[in-house]
Design a protein around this ligand. Structure first.
Ligand code: ADX
Length: 207
């Protein structure tokens, strides 16, 4: 698949398709690829939910992997902070990495705040049909009450600049494939909703 020329700096490069098809990989894995793109405030439960879904899918034999914001920022994206431009680049790279995982046939779960609609929409365009946006919908008050890393308290004291929900914006998705109420539903209920979404999208092959 070719991509928009203006996004590329390099010239004189040629795309090569492999001979192993998406169907070949699906038969091997027992499922089609998918990108479950979790978005939500810090403390909304994205990572917890992504890990629980990963465990459930792994238990049923799926090739599954979580890309998590805090973890990826330790490595691949360690040169990025939380300015608008850095968050956009963070999400751009993750969109590209998730696409590679999906091309490899895997179910990939991304757990990034990804606060900007345009950045998520770009990931959707890059990834295509495999992209499923899941809003970890949880009120700011609940996230702040939980404050698992103590960051909201620090942001309120002015110790962390541009903190999402406090001093930086969060744009909730308008038409996510799924919105899970992580503030009120149990973890098991949320996991079931998500595996149900995958089933309804015919991600799993009959075995
Ligand atoms: S994103 O906005 O670029 O998508 P990402 O998901 O990678 O963010 O990282 C968010 C995590 O970084 C939060 O869960 C929190 O632990 C930490 N963090 C540190 N500073 C900030 C900040 N200013 N705003 C939001 N999260 C922050």
């Amino acid at each position: 698949m070719t991509r928009m020329k203006e996004e590329r700096k390099a010239e004189n490069i040629t795309w090569h398709d492999g001979t192993i098809t998406i169907e070949d990989r699906a038969r091997r894995n027992g499922h089609y690829p998918a990108v479950l793109w979790f978005t939500g405030l810090s403390g909304s439960g994205k990572s917890t939910l992504a890990r629980a879904v990963e465990e459930a899918l792994f238990a049923r034999g799926c090739q599954v992997y979580v890309l998590d914001g805090d973890n990826v920022r330790h490595g691949l994206n360690s040169n990025l902070g939380f300015s608008d431009a850095d968050r956009a680049e963070n999400i751009r790279r993750i969109g590209e990495v998730a696409k590679l995982f999906a091309d490899a046939g895997m179910i990939v779960l991304t757990a990034f705040i990804s606060p900007c609609r345009a950045d998520r929409d770009r990931a959707r365009r890059v990834i295509g049909d495999a992209f499923l946006e899941i809003h970890a919908a949880c009120d700011l008050a609940v996230c702040e009450e939980r404050d698992p890393k103590g960051l909201y308290a620090r942001a309120r004291r002015g110790e962390i600049a541009e903190f999402t929900g406090i001093s930086a914006p969060y744009e909730a998705p308008e038409k996510p494939e799924l919105s899970v109420n992580t503030g009120h539903r149990s973890l098991d209920e949320c996991v079931e909703e998500i595996t149900g979404l995958l089933a309804s999208r015919n991600i799993f092959l009959d075995r």
